[in-house]
Ligand binder design. Structure first.
Ligand SMILES: C[S@@+](CC[C@H](N)C(=O)[O-])C[C@H]1O[C@@H](n2cnc3c(N)ncnc32)[C@H](O)[C@@H]1O
Length: 256
């Protein structure tokens, strides 16, 4: 099987992002309100899926990366047996999946949708979402909000801070070289993980990936084209409205 982009850094993922929790209440809140089984596309290591399962809600997670799913499975295995049976993890592509059930709530968190690089893949994904949503079901999509001043720099070097690698008892620093392609609306990032081990040896791991970016009305039109009617556009996980400097664009749409 072909290696997925996130396979290469799966082991770092929870050290890097595990402390980011402020989006979780939004998803658990909708999961409770929608009553029924939830589907997360691009569920990764289960950062959000596990808290949903802990609310005693049935949840299915789909991800293309086996390494990310392996970590999610380890967490599922640690759940109490009555919660564990409510979680299903599936390896698959969010742009072409088919299950013989429908969900009242589907979401794609933390920019996972932006790994889909073409309009075709994005459209195919939303078609799959539509087919798997129950009538009146809710779909949430979180994208980063592109800013013209950052895009205009075209090339940027960014220091991303450090995190603690518990497994090896070292601090790992992260920096990135970003390149925006304004015509294709894509971002290519070379991310460098660097650390010095206990023997004083320097290590560097390079991770390259690409993301697409969408502006607010493009995303709204794309969703509405696929039968997903916008109910809210939030700029933060506390449900404050979107504004240009929000950082996030969180679309809450309903299947009509
Ligand atoms: C930024 S991580 C987010 C993981 C998790 N949702 C979270 O919030 O921590 C993006 C995830 O999307 C997955 N992904 C990327 N492209 C995908 C695709 N075409 N189909 C399914 N999953 C995909 C990656 O493997 C990765 O686990």
């Amino acid at each position: 099987m072909q290696e997925a982009v996130f396979d290469r850094i799966a082991r770092f993922y929870d050290y890097e992002q595990g402390s980011f929790t402020k989006d979780i209440p939004l998803y658990t809140g909708y999961a409770k309100k929608c009553k029924g089984e939830v589907l997360e596309l691009g569920c990764g290591t289960g950062r959000i899926l596990i808290p949903i399962a802990k609310e005693n809600i049935r949840v299915t997670g789909l991800d293309i990366s086996n390494e990310m799913l392996k970590l999610a499975r380890e967490k599922v295995d640690k759940l109490d047996s009555e919660l564990k049976i409510h979680v299903q993890l599936i390896q698959g592509d969010m742009a072409k999946f088919s299950m013989n059930k429908k969900f009242p709530f589907i979401f794609i968190a933390f920019r996972s949708f932006q790994s889909l690089m073409t309009k075709k893949e994005q459209g195919d994904c939303l078609e799959c979402v539509y087919r798997h949503l129950k009538d009146n079901g809710i779909f949430i999509l979180d994208l980063f909000a592109p800013r013209h001043d950052l895009l205009a720099q075209v090339n940027r070097s960014v220091y991303l801070g450090e995190f603690y690698d518990r497994e090896n008892d070292v601090y790992i620093t992260r920096r990135a070289e970003d390149e925006y392609n304004l015509a294709s609306q894509t971002l290519k990032e070379d991310r460098f993980y660097e650390w010095t081990d206990k023997q004083g040896m320097f290590h560097q791991q390079r991770w390259s990936f690409e993301l697409s970016y969408l502006f607010r009305y493009e995303a709204e039109m794309l969703l509405e084209k696929h039968g997903l009617l916008i109910e809210h556009v939030f700029g933060d996980f506390d449900k404050s409205p979107y504004n240009y400097y929000s950082g996030e664009q969180i679309f809450v749409a309903r299947k009509v």
